[in-house]
Structures are given as structure tokens and as C-alpha cells.
Design a protein around this ligand. Sequence first.
Ligand code: PBG
Length: 329
Amino acid sequence: MLSTMTYPTLRLNRLRRTQGIRQLVQETHLRPSQFILPLFVRENIADKVKIESLPGVYQHSLSTVIEEVKTCQKRGISSFLLFGIPSQKDKNASSAYQSHGIVQQTIRAIKDIDANLVVIADCCLCEYTDHGHCGILNVKGLDNDATLDILAQIALSYAQAGADIIAPSGMIDGMVRTIRLALDHHGFNDCLILSYAVKYASAFYGPFREAAGSEKFQGTRNHHQLNPAQSKEALREAILDNQEGADMLIIKPASHYLDIIYMISQHLHVPIAAYHVSGEYALLKLAATQSIIKEQDAFLEHYLSSARAGASMIISYNAKEMAHYLSNQ
Ligand code: PBG
């Protein structure tokens, strides 16, 4: 029941007087184990390469990615989302499903460090096609159904390499169902699907193009990613992916879509990941570089808003730094 007391008997500031009291009543908590760190692994490089538009983030070689995973593990981060940058691209993304592809090798190498680490493989064609689209093209544009066959092959090769979770990210109709059927048919019933169920056609993916080596991409993804002006469609996408067999869902970007996170978390009882994307990261980083904001305080506030809205997992390029910050608080 709402209290009928008012000032001066009621003083809400009493709940905020000391750090001890603030922590005692705190509703939302973040732990390093809720974070997922995206990692870019590039074929045929000896050392890591800086990504200029994402300060502090690198394209890794197979050996530097292992070092990075070990450092993260010491800080309590145990989940990683892998993106591959192959040395060969073609129109059919054929370097995506080779058993010795860069992502497949990385999956095995991380599992060799510790089988308990959670390895999530992003499953899309865009890093592997020479045209940079998320699927196979025909004269009309993206060929949805031809793309599904390739996605199934990629997902299977990731599962065979030992991935715990497949994360289809192309917003291709039917992708979750196709991947679930292919995995089950080959005995990978335990492999989870984390679907990018709600992915908006956002301007905030800008720096990802450099990170994923798809700077040459000229087109638009408006034909398959959601229009930022829509919200009911987001719920339809989430419900559909859930029905098709997704174990968990991604909503992306995060900070500008808190209404969507909240809406879906109210409707579906399925774990939700908020993806704080490259542009969101870069904005905070650049402002912090100019001392306009306090870097980790600002990141924490972003993450808290996603968690309050209903996300239980946070995907962020800042995960390693945040884990350090959280354990020193
Ligand atoms: C597609 C994919 C993209 C991102 C993650 N997966 C790019 C896109 O959809 O255009 C963007 C992530 C980010 O900006 O951090 N495989």
C-alpha cells in the first residue's frame, strides 16, 4: 500500500544517506559472470591489430586471443562471442564453414584452456562474403532461403568444433528453426541458440565494419533489420524466435532500445542479452578520452539501465574493464 505520509515525516533521502544503506536496498546488481566479451579473430596475422574506430579493441591472432581469454578469466569473465575475419572471402561465404576456419580453431583453443568457458559463435555470412551482405545474393537482392542452407552448415561446423552456443545474427527469416533442426539432426541437442531476434537497422554499428573487415560494404541492411521506428514488430520477432527454438535472445543496440528490452522481458520468460554495440562503446570511449565523462561510471550506468529493463546478460566491448571495476568497487 502507498504510504500517505509526506514531508517532513517522510524523507526519502534517508534511504540514500550512507553507502552501506544504499547498498543494502540496491535492487539491481551486476556481476562479471553476466558479461559476454565479443572477440575478433583474424586469420593469418602474427600479432593483434588495433581497431582505430574502437579504441582499446583489437583484431586478434590465434595466440593473442588466447592471452586475452586468460586475462578475462582471471577477472571473472567466462563468456565470449566470436567473430572471424578470414583471409579469403567469396560470394558464397565458403570460408565460414571450414573445419579449420579461424573461428573453428579459436573455439577449440578456448575449450582447451577450460571446458567451462562459454564459447558463443556469431553465425552470419557478412564477414565471409566478398560483397559484405549477410546472405547469398540473387538478382533481387538477398536470397533468404538459399542463405538458410549455408547458415545451417556454418552452425554445424561451430558445434562440431565445440561451441556451446550458436548466435545467428543476420535476421534471416527461419534462421533459428533451420539451425535447431540441423543441430538436432546431427546429435547436437545440447548446443544452445542465442538468437539476435531483435536487431535494428542502426547507425550505431559503424565501427563494427572496420572491426569485422567489412569496410567495403556499400549496401543497406534495411530489408532485413528492424526499422528503429517499430516496436510491435520487435515483439513478433522475439515470440517467433522463441517458438522456433531459441534458448535466449539478443536485443540490439541496447541503450536506445530499453523500451524494447522491457517489453520483451514482460512478455517472454527467456534470458535476454542486451548488446551494447560498437557505436555505443565508441561514443562513451571518445567522450571519456576528452574527460567529458568518467569512463567506467558511464559504462556502469548504461549496463544498469539494460539490467533494470530486463536483460540478464550484457554483451560489451568494455566487459574486461567493467569486470575489473566491479570487483574493486
Ligand atoms: C552481423 C553483425 C553486426 C554486428 C554484430 N553482428 C553488423 C551488422 O548487423 O550490420 C554489429 C555489432 C556492433 O556494432 O557492435 N554479423
